[in-house]
Design a protein around this ligand. Structure first.
Ligand code: HPA
Length: 278
């Protein structure tokens, strides 16, 4: 478990690199979606590998870099690529950059990720607003955090309400933006799987019964850390493939990256509109 002092060291390093720039929105760009970070004005790039205590991205389509700059009039810190459990990291390691961003002063998170479509009403290329998430995997991000006799994590209170993982006002804003720019926006529940293998058809049938509309290998620990830090969160999934067993074809990483590329114009328009209103 990281100590508060380590978070503070990372924060001091990033603040120093940012000069006087003070971001207030964190934008996490998932598989194949990192191109948006190239659209920030006056970008300051900070590779994860240079930040003390932070892990590096090893997944395809994940550059592994913070990019800070102005985007739609907002001071944004973008994560060009994220960290996953399947890379060998703990939940806390994957959520580390979110808490660092919060310590810098960021209090809003917009996260994006490539997903499999579990809901058979979805199609490849659909953009889906996350209404909630399900995470039944272990270990939990916050297990051991707070309430210990020697709590060095900087969090008080062990038990913590998650009645609103994804912010109601951001959800309303997202629907309004989508309507304005005439982009169909679905809404659904994100179901987390550790990966890196794609799911079996039986797993997908179970996920559907349990209430999942999307399946993916990220997002939940980031959302939980953000909520723990008091940040407001919006989440978008891009359906890069129908989940295992829905169509009679194997799943591949190439398909995920190709579909992310195809969705780029719609995805970019939606994210821009939402960031502008956050
Ligand atoms: N399953 C899990 N994660 C994913 C998928 C999927 O089908 N597609 C993109 N990320």
């Amino acid at each position: 478990m990281y100590k508060l002092a380590q978070y503070q060291e990372s924060t001091a390093f990033v603040c120093n690199r940012l000069g006087g720039f003070k971001p207030d929105v964190l934008l996490i760009l998932g598989s194949g979606l990192g191109f948006l970070a190239e659209e920030l004005e006056n970008p300051i790039r900070i590779p994860y590998s240079e930040i003390p205590h932070m892990r590096v991205s090893t997944a395809p389509g994940h550059a592994g870099c913070f990019v800070a700059g102005v985007f739609e009039g907002k001071n944004v810190l973008a994560m060009q690529g994220r960290l996953h459990l399947y890379e060998g990291y703990s939940p806390e390691e994957t959520a580390y950059p979110i808490r660092v961003a919060n310590l810098i002063g960021v209090d809003k998170l917009l996260l994006t990720c490539a997903c499999g479509g579990v809901n058979t009403g979805y199609q490849v290329g659909d953009l889906v607003l996350m209404s909630d998430y399900i995470n039944f995997t272990h270990p939990g991000l916050l297990a051991g955090y707070a309430g210990n006799a020697f709590d060095l994590t900087g969090f008080e209170h062990r038990f913590f309400d998650m009645g609103q993982a994804f912010d109601m006002e951001y959800r309303k804003l997202s629907r309004e933006v989508a309507a304005q720019i005439k982009i169909p926006l679905r809404e659904g529940v994100y179901f987390y799987m550790t990966g890196p293998q794609y799911e079996t058809p039986a797993e997908i049938r179970a996920i559907r019964i349990l209430g999942g509309d999307l399946v993916g290998m990220s997002a939940v620990h980031e959302t939980l850390m953000a909520r723990r830090c008091g940040m407001r969160v919006a989440g978008f999934g891009l359906v890069t493939n129908m989940a295992s067993g829905v169509l009679d074809q194997p799943l591949s990483e190439e398909e995920v990256l190709t579909e992310a590329k195809n969705a780029a114009p719609r995805f970019s328009a939606l994210v821009r509109g939402v960031v502008r209103g956050m």
